[in-house]
Design a protein around this ligand. Structure first.
Ligand code: AMP
Ligand code: MN
Ligand code: MN
Ligand code: MN
Length: 286
């Protein structure tokens, strides 16, 4: 066990379950969070609330507080951006048509990804990818797993580098909802929104600042500034960007599975729950 694992994490506002591209069921995820000493956990599956009910049932005998969450895929300018929705009412009717639209977009995208890969002389992997997703929201990681199962690649990383990542055949263009729509739907359901992992979109800091200006002006609430892979200089710059615009700050592991030794639930560069932290605004502390 590494030294960073000894320190007990207290919160994690970004993680995935089998309801999207995570490998642990909501039940297993809650167990793992509890075992790691996480007290506040937001389950933020991609474009679905499908895991929240099971996660809610699993926390009933735990000290852990579950925060309703989702990671919404959307577009800003021509970029694909992820917006976290946190602390909303999961039964709100506002979400239903929005998520149904995302279900349809993701299914239609999966069909196009399968056709694009076929044009690269690969077998049609649609049914295999859907079987791996097993009723969860379909995404590129399920195609990565299908490519591994078919013996075409050895790792998910290789699948993204060769077939699924930026500008590869499986990176098909999608008309995701506009970022403003994502912010609005979260707000309408009584939640707070935050831009996820801002340094992972291949944007310059000038563009990130513009994104944050727009996000704030459309009613967005926060910015994720601590997550695996972000360098300390960038977290400091993101903290400045957030403070200057009155955006709250957040942190999370973006946990998907225990397969990668660098990723663990509750593990991301320490970000104290000081003033301006999203957790305060979520009203779950005290
Ligand atoms: P999608 O939501 O279908 O667009 O797929 C994006 C997801 O793919 C991310 O949330 C990650 O879980 C995963 N992902 C992105 N890039 C990579 C990569 N290079 N290697 C493995 N997984 C990746
Ligand atoms: Mn993912
Ligand atoms: Mn993301
Ligand atoms: Mn994520």
């Amino acid at each position: 066990m590494g030294i960073s694992e000894i320190k007990q994490p207290v919160y994690d506002l970004h993680c995935h379950s089998t309801a999207s591209d995570g490998l642990l069921s909501p039940f297993e995820l809650i167990d793992e969070a509890d075992a790691r000493g996480v007290l506040y956990l937001a389950l933020t599956d991609h474009d679905t609330l499908g895991g929240l009910e099971a996660a809610r049932a699993a926390v009933s005998d735990k000290a852990l507080s579950l925060i309703n969450g989702v990671e919404l895929t959307c577009t800003w300018q021509r970029h694909c951006i992820h917006v976290l929705g946190l602390g909303f009412d999961a039964d709100s009717s506002c979400f239903k048509p929005y998520l149904a639209r995302l279900d349809a977009l993701r299914l239609e995208r999966a069909e196009r990804i399968a056709r694009k890969l076929e044009q690269k002389r690969l077998p049609n992997l649609l049914q295999e990818a859907l079987a791996i997703a097993a009723g969860g929201q379909i995404g590129r990681p399920h195609f990565a797993a299908a490519l591994i199962n078919a013996g075409i690649v050895e790792t998910a990383q290789e699948a993204f580098e060769r077939f699924l990542g930026r500008n590869k055949a499986g990176d098909v263009k999608v008309d995701w909802p506009n970022i403003e729509e994502a912010v609005s739907v979260v707000k309408a359901a009584g939640g707070l929104s935050a831009i996820a992992h801002p340094t992972k979109y291949n944007l310059t800091f000038t563009k990130i600042r513009q994104l944050c200006d727009d996000f704030k002006s459309m009613g967005g609430d926060g910015l994720e500034i601590s997550y695996p892979g972000v360098i300390p200089d960038h977290t400091r710059e993101l903290q400045r960007i957030a403070s200057q615009r009155g955006l709250l700050v957040s942190g999370g592991s973006d946990f998907h599975s225990n397969n990668n030794r660098w990723s663990a639930l509750g593990r991301f560069p320490p970000l104290p729950i000081g003033e301006g932290h999203l957790l305060h605004a979520l009203n779950v502390i005290l």
